[in-house]
Write a protein that binds this ligand. Structure first.
Ligand code: AMP
Length: 485
């Protein structure tokens, strides 16, 4: 029986009432590429109809100038997607555009709905037929069933029944709607572009188009964006804010403002605190580029050790974690990082990384660094041990694949063959982000704010129920999904 994971990591953008919306959305997606590299898609609206273009691949490959310009429209939503489940196919690529009794609508979503399997099963028993394995489609089905005549009222009506993490953008023929779950797990910010509004997972998407960051869309807030207009309303239950702390550890770009906080500063503070908590007798500090550059700089400042570029990253291969098969991931560590022997040979080195998940990457990296002549390798991790899977949209592996779920720090140090290993404390991490009580730290503590059904250590749904016929779509060159053109 094949099982597919629901978890996805994604980035979303929305552009309201601006000529050339498709071009702006495409640029904004470029800035969010780090949030997902498997597929990219944009839906545009011009007041009359919606048009969606999406393909497997990187934004630059999917949206060349001709495609982007051809889309036109003055409203747009966009999405980049990543999933490790093997269910990576064009059918699951977003935005999802569908026709319904209320007209055509398109939806793109970042997060993970923990009750999607139950909601879906109920609707399937009731006669619904699903064509994707994405939980975004569950929201679309619920919208189609709502008795509310207006899209925004339908969304406000159904969202209280949806549990888990969602930062979503929805496009009708003349309106952009954006909403965040009441806990605010995943980020979503609001910006001004000329005399209208834009929204995106991270503020770096605003910088690239010259939009101004205004504020975050609040947890439990829905905004309806029209020409120069913003209407805000509350949706869903009230809940304690639970922002994903891993956005600051790893996922977001340092040049972004996420949850109203500058990622660079939070990450640098985490390195400084790590330096104070776990100094090392060493000659130099280096980062595992690029995700730990900022934390390593903070560590160097706090300890007074020189920061050196001891590892060079090949930017033309993706993040190692992002390769779906373990085999590919193993090989890509070597493809991705090369040590600078002149910096390393004969030196006692502190290597700072943002996190250890499975431990696969670091074990190989330590081997490479030692082979380049390092005398000692002291590993410092700018987050606590990852002991629990995430069910709210960061795709961490199942529990038994998380090295820290079943091994002590000493055992991990032995496995990685490092001379010493220390992790940042949870209090240190929360101090670095500020407003620590407003964060979800379930991956480090197992304190899950929203309960979920756990199957095989991972939230999954059963293909036999969902439709085992769903196969990877043939991807002929130029293949596209143009629903409702
Ligand atoms: P590993 O321990 O081999 O599973 O890989 C850990 C590395 O992957 C860390 O150094 C991070 O830079 C990166 N990483 C951590 N979490 C994620 C994630 N959810 N998605 C992609 N990469 C991640």
């Amino acid at each position: 029986m094949t099982r597919r994971h629901w978890a996805e990591e994604c980035g979303v953008v929305g552009i309201a009432a601006v000529p050339g919306a498709s071009e702006l959305a495409s640029l904004a997606l470029h800035a969010l590429q780090h949030r997902g590299q498997e597929s990219a898609g944009i839906t545009v609206a011009d007041g009359h109809r919606l048009q969606t273009f999406k393909k497997m691949g990187l934004v630059a490959d999917v949206f060349d100038e001709a495609v982007t310009r051809g889309l036109g429209g003055n409203y747009a939503i966009g999405h980049v997607r990543y999933s490790t489940s093997g269910s990576s196919n064009l059918l699951n690529a977003q935005p999802l555009q569908v026709a319904s009794h209320r007209g055509t609508v398109s939806l793109a979503h970042n997060g993970n709905l923990v009750n999607a399997p139950e909601l879906r099963r109920d609707m399937e028993i009731d006669g619904s037929i699903f064509s994707t394995t994405s939980d975004t489609e569950v929201i679309l089905h619920m919208l189609a069933r709502s008795g509310e005549p207006a899209w925004e009222d339908a969304l406000a009506e159904i969202l209280p029944r949806v549990k888990g993490a969602y930062s979503l953008v929805m496009l009708t023929r003349d309106k952009l709607i954006a909403a965040r779950d009441p806990y605010g797990f995943r980020p979503l910010c609001l910006g001004r572009y000329r005399d209208s509004y834009v929204t995106a997972s991270e503020s770096c998407a605003f910088d690239i188009i010259g939009a101004e960051y205004l504020r975050d869309i609040e947890p439990g807030e829905m905004v309806i964006l029209g020409p120069g207009e913003l209407t805000s309303r509350r949706v869903g239950d009230t809940a304690p804010e639970k922002r994903c702390v891993f956005e600051h550890v790893y996922f977001s770009r340092p040049d972004s403002r996420v949850f109203g906080i500058n990622v660079e500063q939070a990450r640098r503070r985490s390195g400084e605190i790590l330096g104070r908590e776990a100094p090392a007798e060493a000659d130099l500090v280096c980062a595992v580029p690029d995700s730990s550059n900022t934390a390593a700089l903070g560590y160097a400042t706090a300890t007074g050790l020189p920061f050196e570029l001891a590892l060079i990253r090949n930017h033309y291969v993706g993040r190692t974690f992002i390769s779906p098969a373990q085999k590919v991931r193993d090989m890509s560590v070597r493809i991705k990082f090369n040590p600078v022997a002149a910096v390393i040979t004969g030196k006692r080195i502190v290597v700072v990384d943002d996190s250890i998940v499975r431990g696969t990457t670091m074990r190989k990296l330590v081997k490479i660094i030692r082979a380049a002549g390092a005398k000692e390798v002291h590993l410092r991790i700018a987050s606590p041990p990852v002991t629990n899977p995430c069910y709210y949209g960061i795709d961490t592996p199942v529990r038994n694949e998380l090295i820290a779920s079943s091994h002590t720090v000493e055992e991990i140090a032995t496995y990685l063959r490092v001379d010493s290993l220390a992790y940042l404390s949870l209090s240190g991490l929360l101090e670095a982000t500020g407003e620590g009580d407003r964060y979800c730290d379930a991956c480090f503590t197992g304190n899950y704010p929203v309960s979920f059904a756990e199957m095989s250590g991972k939230l999954v749904f059963d293909d036999h129920v969902a439709g085992a016929e769903i196969k990877v779509m043939p991807l002929a060159p130029g293949d596209e999904s143009g629903v409702g053109k």
